[in-house]
Design a protein around this ligand. Structure first.
Ligand SMILES: Cc1cc2nc3c(=O)[nH]c(=O)nc-3n(C[C@H](O)[C@H](O)[C@H](O)COP(=O)(O)OP(=O)(O)OC[C@H]3O[C@@H](n4cnc5c(N)ncnc54)[C@H](O)[C@@H]3O)c2cc1C
Length: 454
């Protein structure tokens, strides 16, 4: 049987809602390219914080790419270890980046409140289990730097009888609470032994549902300043001296001042900067800036249990953070036939997609990935695992060179902006990126940051 990419997030949105394609030439002060959570948050924030007109242009239908194929965890961390960010950018900038993520969470909540779907942001307990001294040292160092530079926002627990307890450096002792092993396995809802537990604030949501509702809100709230086009792949963006810039889709164009790429890095168009002699070369290089990982997800119904968002790092000796294998499980409450159930969403395996190889979400058939998920569930989780998952899906994540989302202006082409590159987690970042760009467009200046495009 061939694989069907069947995402529950997309199934939950209204399939009948459609927007027109770009059929004739238009004008708009800002064009946002890409109709995922990044593009829609960016349009939302610009319309809210400025008087500018905004057109959003989407290649297919909104919220059907990464935004409709993720795990739905609303998390406030970088996938790249915090200590690496500190090493590259310094503690102050790294802490500012962490604060930005917290601001992003508030921005997402504010948008959901305006759209009147705040009840769809489900707060839950967030846990992470790690196994080795190597991983514990990494997390202690991260926590030490974050706590020193700013404030405590996560807690770290270690099994009081762990055989390596005496090896924990003295300077970290105050960061740890020692507990029974049973406390850790209960929180991680696992049969396996994990000596270390981290806890933090998390939530979950359907980012595709947010996008669809947000667009309806924007169309009603800003009817004269907001337009949206679906099924309109952008084929070329042209930056022109002393004239409007142009965003082309086939034979139609939108004349504009600023163009904001919210494409997650896989856009398949050309960028021509007529002011810049090496534009052709930079266009070629630009498309190598982001590489792709396909992430695989499954979901099934289980007996009701506590809502939670948990990550497991089973491998005791990772090579580096980018190749470190982990599994993540979200358990949410739902009602099936009048009785409460848990909805369990699990992901972990991924595979690399080189930039010149097209990823086809309909033909990609990842049998091994689902076998891996099943093996993980059987070994680690306490729920009864069904023979068939209720949903199986996969989606493309864009990783930038820096391992951090690009938010802001292109260093050479100033009317070109980015809010892209999810780097594994991107829901909150998308909201923050949209807000920051809107604020810059409305005249606020920001100090140099870890998000600045290179
Ligand atoms: C399996 C998986 C699990 C994930 N889990 C989480 C999680 O738990 N928490 C979290 O925070 N993040 C998670 N993410 C990441 C998160 O989904 C993304 O960060 C987020 O959805 C990115 O949104 P986006 O708008 O930037 O990109 P997308 O949703 O990919 O949207 C980009 C849009 O740009 C459009 N586009 C591209 N090229 C063109 C063009 N030429 N013309 C017009 N439009 C174009 C595409 O059609 C697409 O609709 C996960 C991702 C995956 C794949």
């Amino acid at each position: 049987m061939s694989f069907t990419n069947h995402s529950p997030w997309i199934e939950q949105i209204d399939q009948t809602i459609e927007f027109p394609s770009l059929q004739s030439n238009k004008r708009s002060e800002v064009v946002v390219v890409g109709g995922g959570i990044s593009g829609i948050s960016t349009a939302f924030q610009i319309l809210t914080h400025t008087e500018l007109s905004v057109s959003l242009i989407e290649a297919k239908k909104i919220a059907r790419w990464a935004t409709g194929h993720n795990a739905g965890q609303v998390v406030l961390y970088f996938e790249k270890p915090f200590q690496e960010i500190v090493r590259e950018y310094g503690l102050e900038k790294a802490i500012d980046g962490q604060k930005a993520l917290f601001r992003g969470f508030d921005i997402l909540q504010e948008m959901m409140e305006k759209v009147d779907i705040l009840e769809h942001l489900e707060m839950c307990e967030g846990f992470m289990g790690v196994r080795s001294m190597h991983q514990l040292s990494l997390h202690l160092e991260n926590k030490y730097l974050r706590d020193t530079g700013w404030a405590q926002f996560d807690a770290l627990f270690v099994d009081q009888n762990w055989e390596y307890r005496a090896d924990i450096p003295a300077r970290f002792q105050d960061l740890i609470t020692f507990v029974d092993a049973a406390y850790i396995s209960e929180k991680l809802q696992t049969k396996e032994y994990f000596p270390v537990l981290l806890t933090s604030k998390k939530a979950c949501t359907n980012s595709a549902f947010f996008c669809q509702k947000a667009v309806q809100y924007l169309l009603a709230e800003f009817p004269h300043r907001f337009n949206i086009y679906e099924n309109s792949p952008v084929t070329e963006i042209r930056f022109c001296p002393d004239a409007d810039n142009q965003v082309w889709s086939g034979s139609s164009k939108i004349d504009t001042q600023d163009v904001i790429l919210c494409t997650n890095g896989f856009e398949h168009f050309h960028i021509v900067d007529l002011c810049n002699p090496d534009s052709r070369e930079r266009d070629r290089e630009f498309h190598k800036n982001v590489h792709g990982l396909v992430g695989y997800m499954a979901w099934f119904y289980a007996d009701h249990g506590r809502p939670s968002a948990i990550s497991y790092y089973p491998d005791p000796a990772p090579i580096d953070w980018q190749s470190e294998q982990y599994f993540y499980v979200t358990r949410r409450t739902t009602v099936v036939d009048d009785s409460k159930k848990s909805l369990v969403c699990v992901g972990g395996p991924d595979s690399l997609v080189p930039h010149d190889v097209p990823y086809d979400e309909t033909t990609h058939d990842p049998k091994e990935a689902y076998q891996e998920i099943r093996t993980f569930l059987k070994q680690y989780r306490t729920e009864k695992i069904p023979k068939e998952f209720d949903y199986k899906w996969h989606g493309l994540m864009g990783y930038t060179h820096t391992g951090i989302r690009y938010i802001g202006q292109d260093p050479n082409t100033h009317h070109l902006w980015y809010n892209l590159g999810c780097n594994g987690v991107g829901i909150v970042w998308s909201a923050y990126g949209g807000w920051k760009i809107a604020k810059i467009l409305s005249g606020t200046s920001f100090a140099a940051s870890i998000f600045d495009p290179r």
